[in-house]
Design a protein around this ligand. Structure first.
Ligand code: HEC
Length: 699
């Protein structure tokens, strides 16, 4: 039953002492290292990433995942001169989320459907491309678009995890396949890989997603040379009584009701990974429970380990050293898969080795990364489900607003979180963490076959006396020592890009409405604003080739379609032109993509002949089966607008929905999921939406 229930995912700088400033190498950019062949990254190079700032060797630049670059050629005084050095199409009109890796002048990145592209980082020329041929029907198993967050590069190989669950090693020079393994324990389940692999001590670490569909989460470590499985850590038990695949699961099982909905339960590790070589600890963030409401998943409660947790594992064995659960018994899709940053910072006079995370639940956590002990946790966005985090127990103190067992509740943050996967950045210049945050709530309910409602009419009464924030996106500069806001920039949409900070004193950020910004890291003052015509969600990076510094970002808005844009309308008049852009000082003006005139007009729709009941059933079916891709009301910037279907398209509606005639393009075949009569209902519902839009246009 849960398979069907598609639920949409999930200052004062003076006092912030950064004690681990890297060597001041930013001013001079080392000459490119010459390597006999491509992609020669190893442990030592990643650990010493600061000594070769011209490269971006690993997902978060180094194992600490700070996303702070020592480069200074582009800085506060000249960043306004930034212009396009090159742009290369990514051949995609959907979400692009990858962090490009740059090794010795070559950029490796990914596009939709887990495709890999290698480019000349100086001019954007494509060196090779690889398409893993993801089965298009897999699109139905995804909550949040056909995205991929990037590759790992290691000793001449490029590694990618594919949407349909394969881990593939490519030759960095040619893009040819060296090995390919199936990471899935069950191909019938709705598992998917969107996250970037990390290579730690010669092992490829990769998790997967699918907690929305109640799969069982796990993390894999494969031998980077040959793809052999070294260890697998399950994040939740497969049963109440065993046998347990590893001892940690016996402990975890005690925190679940024995009548839990085994063996699914969620806890997928779909994004964040960090590593501390000195402590030899690998950190992995785990996801939400599946299904969402704990009272369905584990009726008698319990903490439900290891959902919504940060796990510290031994990279050689997968043994769990400590865990910290941010949201015990999670009922709100509050994943702890968000970006984790490691830094050594001075707190109350002592230099502490910390791990910082701003998970979906709205609290910014500073944790001792040697022990897992909580140092501090404060709200970085409005959050009403919990009052605070108890300093002694490390547990949240819940409020009535989070309890939707008997009555629907408007819960903050929303299921998409106060912050989602979009990486943050920790500046060694300012000691601040720049968080691409979001203020938004979400109605959770327990009505019938669903536990959430889109567009409930009841918001006013659910708000009551609470002072709730305006729904918006923010770039928040957060002081992790004082646990308070230094400054923030408000953005019109909640789903914006990841963040980069540099020793040049600039913070780089892209917005959903197509603006590429550089801001002053101390004040948030905008130093540069280039309209690029396409929304950005991917994080920017920086690198240098032949002594010239570049800042690159992938443009292409996407992800879960519930992020409604400007009410019901697509955000931009421009097409979602997926591309990789790289900027440098005195580069060119950005040539905007072609505006999309089709978005302008509504056709006169056919007349609805269906009853109100049929239309309402159609709405429910639409939300359940179509909304994840087409948005709440039929309109997202990445896909054709279903309120603007031509008469010709209406005529072949069933061929599209039930025969899969557009399946190659990513529109799934629903013949095994929805009856023909129910498809009529969906069509009738869409026609009513078109009629409303058409009428509004006539006025
Ligand atoms: C997994 C994502 C996904 C889901 C879920 C999905 N669609 Fe689509 N749909 C697409 C994509 C991608 C396209 C564009 C295909 C193309 O480019 O030809 C599309 C196109 C369409 C079109 C053609 C529009 C046009 O103008 O060409 C119709 C009609 C449609 N979808 C209806 C539906 C309905 C009804 C549902 C729910 C039963 C649904 N879709 C669910 C991804 C999805």
């Amino acid at each position: 039953m849960y398979q069907k229930q598609l639920v949409l995912c999930a200052i004062l700088f003076a006092s912030a002492m950064a004690c681990n400033k890297g060597p001041d190498v930013g001013a001079k950019i080392a000459a490119q290292k010459s390597h006999s062949d491509s992609g020669h990254v190893n442990t030592q190079r990643i650990i010493e990433a600061d000594s070769e700032p011209e490269n971006w060797l690993a997902h978060g630049r180094d194992y600490a995942e700070q996303r702070f670059s020592p480069l200074t050629q582009i800085n506060q005084s000249n960043v306004h001169r930034l212009g396009l050095a090159w742009e290369t199409p990514a051949k995609s009109a959907r979400g692009l989320e990858a962090t490009p890796i740059v090794v010795d002048g070559v950029m490796y990145t990914t596009s939709t459907w887990s495709k890999v592209i290698a480019l000349d980082a100086k001019n954007g020329a494509v060196l090779w491309q690889y398409d893993p041929g993801v089965e298009r029907a897999w699109a139905k198993k995804l909550c949040c678009d056909i995205v991929n967050r990037g590759v790992a590069v290691w000793q001449g190989k490029v590694y990618v995890g594919t949407l349909d669950g394969y881990l593939i090693a490519l030759d960095a020079q040619s893009g040819s396949v060296l090995w390919r393994v199936d990471t899935l324990i069950d191909r019938q389940q709705a598992y998917s890989i969107t996250g970037a692999p990390r290579i730690i001590k010669g092992k490829v670490i990769i998790g997967n997603g699918g907690a929305e569909y109640a799969v069982r989460g796990y993390i894999n470590a494969y031998d980077a040379d040959n793809g052999e499985l070294v260890w697998r850590f399950f994040t939740v038990p497969g049963s109440a009584t065993g046998p347990f695949e590893h001892p940690e699961l016996a402990i975890a099982a005690q925190t679940w009701d024995k009548n839990s909905a085994f063996p699914g339960l969620g806890g997928t590790a779909w994004d964040s990974i960090a590593y501390d070589p000195a402590l030899d600890l690998l950190y992995v963030g785990t996801g939400n429970g599946g299904p969402w409401p704990q009272h369905i998943r584990s009726p008698k409660g319990g903490d439900n380990l290891y959902l919504a947790s940060i796990l510290a594992l031994r990279p050689d064995t997968g043994e769990l050293i400590w865990h910290y659960q941010t949201t015990p018994g999670d009922s709100w899709d509050y994943t702890a898969t968000q970006h984790m940053i490691l830094a050594d910072i001075k707190i109350a006079g002592n230099v502490r080795k910390v791990l910082m995370q701003a998970p979906k639940n709205g609290f910014f956590y500073v944790i001792d990364r040697s022990t897992g002990e909580l140092i501090s946790a404060e709200k970085y966005v409005f959050a009403n489900w919990a009052e605070s985090v108890d300093k002694t127990t490390g547990r949240p103190i819940l409020t009535e607003f989070g309890d939707y067992r008997h009555q629907e509740k408007y819960v903050f943050p929303s299921a998409a979180g106060g912050h989602n996967w979009h990486p943050m950045s920790y500046s060694q210049n300012t000691g601040l963490v720049y968080v691409p945050a979001r203020e938004a709530g979400w109605v959770h309910n327990d009505a019938g076959d669903r536990w959430f409602e889109w567009g409930t009419n009841n918001i006013e009464s659910l708000i009551g006396d609470q002072v709730i924030p305006k729904t918006a996106g923010y770039l928040k500069a957060w002081d992790p020592v004082e646990q308070k806001l230094a400054w923030q920039i408000e953005l019109p949409n909640t789903w914006n890009s990841g963040v980069l900070s540099t020793a040049g004193g600039v913070v780089i950020h892209g917005s959903a409405d197509g603006h590429f910004y550089a801001v002053n890291d101390h004040t948030g003052g905008v130093l540069l604003d280039i309209f690029v015509g396409t929304g950005m969600i991917a994080p920017p990076i920086t690198y240098a080739v032949d002594g010239e510094q570049f800042i690159a970002i992938m443009a292409g808005w996407g992800g879960p379609a519930f992020n409604t844009l400007k009410g019901n309308e697509a955000l931009l008049d421009y097409s979602n032109a997926g591309r990789i852009m790289s900027f440098k000082l005195d580069g060119q003006t950005v040539a905007l993509p072609t505006p999309v005139p089709a978005r302008g007009q509504f056709f006169k729709p056919p007349t609805v002949v269906a009853s109100a009941e049929v239309v309402e059933q159609g709405r429910k079916d639409y939300v359940m089966h179509c909304g994840s891709c087409h948005g709440m009301y039929g309109s997202v910037p990445m896909l054709p607008d279903l309120r603007r279907l031509s008469h010709a398209k209406h005529a072949i509606f069933k061929n599209i929905v039930l025969e899969g005639i557009l399946e190659e393009n990513g529109m799934p075949n629903f013949s095994s999921d929805i009856s023909s009569a129910n498809v009529d209902g969906i069509q009738a519902y869409l026609v009513t939406l078109s009629q409303k839009a058409f009428m509004a246009q006539q006025k």
